[in-house]
Design a protein around this ligand. Structure first.
Ligand code: FE2
Length: 202
């Protein structure tokens, strides 16, 4: 296994993604100061399941219990930051419903770890850099997405690294560096870049 071949597999998987492509695209748009609310609207409308959930949140009692008919209206009620956190949360619910390929990788432990990291990042963010607290929450949720790429495209390699890390009592990234010459953080970085280049956003 090498990084380049994993990157090719991710870019070819199109609608069988590790994380729905919409996540990277929404994060990229939310970070782009020149992006319009209309581009975000088009992106969300293209994913029926996510669009329906966002409309439900915008119409909920918390936001006034008034039916919200369009995604455009939902974006103006909720704001870009809330939309971004919602899309990441919904995408993770979708991941949790899928089966793992790897024998040793636990999606429940993965989810708990990502959520704990995200919440800790937001708490620290609120103290140290309040305007970035929501960005930090999303970064925490996504920081280990490389493990999902490995589980999907190289489950045997992931099992070997998990086994080595457990048996030798070393952090997983060190076992990966030793076995593959790179680690899940580097894969996550490539994955995010590959998914953000999708034509839907262009
Ligand atoms: Fe982690």
């Amino acid at each position: 296994m090498d990084l380049r071949s994993l990157e090719i597999k991710v870019s070819r998987s199109e609608n069988l993604p590790v994380l729905p492509q919409i996540v990277s695209q929404v994060l990229t748009l939310a970070d782009d100061p020149n992006a319009s609310a209309r581009s975000m609207e088009r992106l969300i409308e293209a994913d029926a399941a996510i669009a329906a959930k966002i409309l439900r949140v915008a119409s909920s009692a918390f936001y006034g219990n008034t039916p919200v008919p369009t995604i455009g209206r939902a974006i103006s009620i909720l704001g870009m930051n809330t939309i971004r956190a919602l899309v990441v949360g919904i995408a993770y619910q979708q991941i949790m419903s899928g089966r793992t390929q790897s024998q040793l990788f636990s999606k429940v432990d993965f989810w708990r770890h990502c959520l704990a990291t995200a919440i800790a990042a937001r708490v620290l963010g609120k103290i140290l850099m309040p305007t970035k607290a929501d960005d930090l929450y999303c970064a925490g949720m996504l920081h280990d997405v490389g493990l999902l790429v490995l589980d999907r495209f190289a489950p045997g390699d992931l099992d070997s690294a998990l086994k080595t890390a457990m048996e030798d009592g070393m952090p997983l990234y060190q076992a990966e560096d030793m076995l593959y010459g790179f680690n899940h953080a580097m894969i996550g970085d490539r994955f995010h870049r590959t998914a953000s280049r999708s034509p839907i956003i262009a």
